[in-house]
Structure formats: C-alpha cells, structure tokens
Design a protein around this ligand. Structure first.
Ligand code: CTP
Ligand code: MG
Length: 237
C-alpha cells in the first residue's frame, strides 16, 4: 500500500530574494533590515519552515548577495533544509531558477516572496492543502475594500468602476503542482509581462488556480513605511 506522505509528494518552497530593493533604499538591503530583533529574511525563512508540510526551501538571490545570505542562514538557522540558487533580472527569472534547483522529490512547490516576513504558518498550510485536494494552484489573496476605478487611455478620465466583490489583491504564498508550474514557465514567452506566478498558469491555461483568504498583515516590505507597519503588526501579535 503506498504511504500517504510519498504519494502526496514532498513540498518545497522557492523564495525569490534576488531583487535590488530599489524602492526601499539604495544603501540598505531591505531583506537584511532588522525587524524586531531579526533580519527580515530570517523571519520569512523561519515562518515557512515552521509550517509542518514544508520540507525545505530554495533561497534565490543575486550573485552579489548569495554569500551574505548563506552566512546569515548558517548563523541563525544552522540545520535548516535551505538550498541556494542564483536568480535573474526579473522575479519571474528568479523563480524559474529556483524551480530548476528543487530536489527531484519535490511534487508541490510554494513560491513566497522573501520580502513578506509576516506570513503565518497556518495560511501556508491552508494553501498547500488546496493543492493537495486537486487544484493546479492556490494563491493567498485578500479582498479589496476600496472602490476601484479603471481609467481610459489618458489614465485620468474614469472609464468604469469595477465590481469589487470579485476582486482580490494577490499575495504570496502561491502554491502549485511543480510539474504544471514548470510547464507554464516553459510555455509562456520570456518577454511576456507577468507580475506573479498564477498569471503564468492563467496564460498557459493550466488551471484551476484557487484563491485562499489571507491576511492584510502579510504585507510586502517595499518602502521603509512597510517596515514600520510590519513592526507594529509584530508587536501586537
Ligand atoms: N525578486 C527576485 N528577483 C528579481 C526581482 C525581485 O527574486 N529579479 C524578489 C525580491 O527579492 C522580493 C520579491 O521578488 O523578495 C518581490 O519583489 P519586490 O518586492 O519588487 O522586491 P525588489 O524587486 O527587491 O524591490 P524593488 O522592486 O523596489 O527594486
Ligand atoms: Mg521589484
């Protein structure tokens, strides 16, 4: 009788950390910024590895930052199952390099931005469960509360008001069947503009990808203000 663990396959995370953080600072790497006593990157890696279903992760960084990140992981998490890969010019390229570096046993892959340190292990688990139940993918997202306007080509005149009851703000993690995500990366031309992994699956017609309700606090550290908000959220946890 096949055992349950191997038939559902192992779950690995790919963590894109290969950006330059240009909107945060030209001087300081946002992923090394201190957030309540630990670097942002360490929060992210610890949160992912504390989700019971996650077997390990591939940290994707720029060539320039790889040695520093390796040292940091060894200092903070000496025995953690963390592999390393070198990313590319875009987030999509970095994710693809991470996928190529996954161990062969990985069947489900979870993509999670290094810049989202407040992810909760329970939400990670819920997104993995959705893929284990047969979806091609599951992404964490939050409903939109503001009224959303679409403008005309002048980008000023309102063309229409979108029905916000069906609009979501996509976050990460985004979890997929590894083979199908690789297929999407290989089928969609490299110069196609995409802003997340689910979009590649949509373009490749490889659904269904489902939405898991996330948490507003799972913010992406983009500007220094985001770091202050993350601090405030952590202090009230
Ligand atoms: N990322 C990556 N490789 C790239 C670009 C981005 O791995 N070539 C990663 C970032 O390190 C980050 C995540 O993708 O963890 C989301 O990107 P973003 O928040 O835009 O970070 P940066 O690209 O680093 O920041 P900026 O756009 O302000 O330069
Ligand atoms: Mg960027």
């Amino acid at each position: 009788m096949p055992d349950l663990v191997s038939s559902s396959g192992s779950v690995w995370a790919v963590v894109p950390a290969g950006g330059s953080g240009s909107r945060f600072s030209q001087q300081q790497d946002k992923l090394l910024a201190e957030l309540v006593g630990r670097p942002v990157l360490i929060h992210t890696v610890q949160a992912l590895l504390s989700a019971p279903s996650v077997d390990g992760l591939v940290l994707v960084s720029s060539d320039m930052n790889q040695a520093a990140y390796q040292t940091l992981i060894r200092q903070w998490l000496p025995d953690a199952p963390v592999h390393f890969a070198i990313g590319g010019d875009t987030r999509r390229d970095s994710v693809f390099q991470g996928l190529l570096a996954l161990p062969g046993e990985a069947r489900i892959v979870l993509i999670h931005d290094a810049a989202r340190p407040l992810i909760q292990p329970e939400i990670v688990e819920a997104s993995i469960t959705a893929v284990r139940q047969g979806n091609s993918g599951a992404i964490v997202a939050v409903p939109i509360h503001d009224t959303v306007k679409q403008t005309a080509s002048d980008n000023r005149t309102i063309a229409q008001t979108l029905d916000r009851s069906r609009l979501w703000r996509a976050q990460t993690p985004q979890v997929f069947d590894k083979a199908r995500l690789l297929q999407a990366h290989q089928h969609i031309a490299p110069d196609t503009p995409v802003t997340d992994d689910a979009q590649l699956m949509e373009l490749a017609g490889l659904g269904p990808v489902t939405v898991i309700s996330g948490d507003e606090r799972n913010l992406k550290i983009t500007t220094p203000t985001d770091l202050l908000m993350a601090e405030a959220f952590l202090q009230t946890r």
